[in-house]
Design a protein around this ligand. Sequence first.
Ligand code: ATP
Ligand code: MG
Length: 569
Amino acid sequence: MRFSKLLIPTTKETPNDATLASHIYLIRAGFIQSVGGSGLYNFLPLGKKVLDKVREVVKDELDKANCQEVSLSFVTPASLWQESGRFEKYGKELLRFKDRKNNNFILGPTHEEMMVNLARQTVKSYKQLPLNLYQINLKFRDEIRPRFGLMRGREFLMKDGYSFHASNEDLQREFALMEETYRKIFSRLGLDFRVVEADSGAIGGSGSKEFMVLADSGEDTIVVCDSCEYGANIEAAIRKEKTCVTEAPEAIFSKFNTPETKTIEALSSFFKVDSHYLVKTVAKKAIFDEGKTAVVLFALRGSDELQEVKACNAVGANDLLDIDEDELTKAGLVAGYMGPTVVPEGVGVVLDNSLKEATSMICGANEKDYHLVGNSFKGVKANYQDIVAVQEGDLCLYCAKPLRYTKGIEVGHIFQLGTQYSKPLGANFLDENGKAQPMIMGTYGIGVSRLLAAIIEQNHDDKGCIWTKESAPFDVHIIISNIKDEAQVNIGEKLYRELSNKGLDVLLDDRKDRFGAKIKDYELLGVPYGVIIGKKLQDGLVELVCRDGLAKEEVLENSILDAVLQKVL
Ligand code: ATP
Ligand code: MG
């Protein structure tokens, strides 16, 4: 393609709201264009080209894994979401609207209900299973904070796949196949990624994995072990149980006057006791279906921090909110002196697993200026769950080596759903005995448009994008330095023709612009290889540039075709 004929509106200006390299360069290089503010983007010709290339890699690997592509209506009847119960539950990210006949609709933020609806109408027998259907289509989520360009848009392109099975074993097989397929996709795209255990919501277990592109700008914190393969989203990370080098404080159970000791630090210095032996009690307001709320106390060791997603799952809430002192008082709680053993009626309690066998613990008496010492949880029946946030330096459960944090961009998520949607929507099949059973499902997502941002986050320098081989808008970018120089034009055109004939995707910069501006555009666009046809052509030489690192080599004009082919093929 000829630069002179293409719409590639490059610019030197950094958009006001852009902080991330990918956001800045995708706009500056003319790949995308922001529409009217937040979270909506147009894809310009080169952006569309890259998007299609990424899409093609995703499709190719899925098709090889026997997944079948479909395309579902983006506009979704609300009735389907009412059947699953998500219409009320989903919150403000869901865009709801009515048509002229007053029917309720939504713009699909995900398509479980739509796909289950498709399956329940077409699949009747176990003989038609398993089935893995996917689409690569628009999604809309009215994100509270759309930002970082394509990373967190409101309208975005997602690959969403859904599998249907007659047995749980078959779902496990497909889940493993999808993990392998996703690994192939992200490897082909040239990404440095890690597969981590993810939050499985109310379902629990290890039936959920996320694919994280490692980048400092990632919004997710992941916990990794450098000695073994273990990796998990902080929302799901586990660790070896913590121990404490200092002895537990000896005390018989009693109430102790502790004026002005409202924090773990104050309490720790008051009793001269390691925070391991103190109970930290965090109050939250849990939000349930139909707006129901409850105050819940989450108790953990003073040396630990609460992980809110785990805490939210522990009570099966839709959300957890902070609670102010007025609300605490109303619930009968005393700020700074709360404890899990003295709880007013109507207040829920969840204790962290690490307290299960704990003895000699100090906790609030739920009375101003008083704590209880000598608490033992041994044999005490209570709601124990894992609600702690694994910290850096905590030990790996599997190999006892220290864990560390790193940042990741979530580009994919695979999830064992079971019958969560097939049951309420009545998506049944007849098994071998002619008995109706709900189909067992898996769901598999990839953020296709987010991948463009993730690729650039991992592959850029201070001059612009550095596309990876399979994502690049072109294989080679030829620059004719001076369009008035006939010899340069002839060589440039010849090379353009020859490379194109070999099946390469070539961009020929045949514009009248200054050489400096063309080089800047080359660096900004980020095509893996560039050929500069300039003054040295008088000596029979052209330059071959590798965008990653910008190393240049001089090549004889008559061997440039082979030199390029060798690099690209
Ligand atoms: P996040 O935690 O980043 O909001 P999510 O858990 O809501 O993601 P899923 O519902 O699992 O995401 O969606 C599947 C994939 O779609 C994600 O792995 C991610 O790559 C992509 N995705 C989700 N939300 C957005 C968004 N607002 N913009 C672009 N891509 C997105
Ligand atoms: Mg989200």
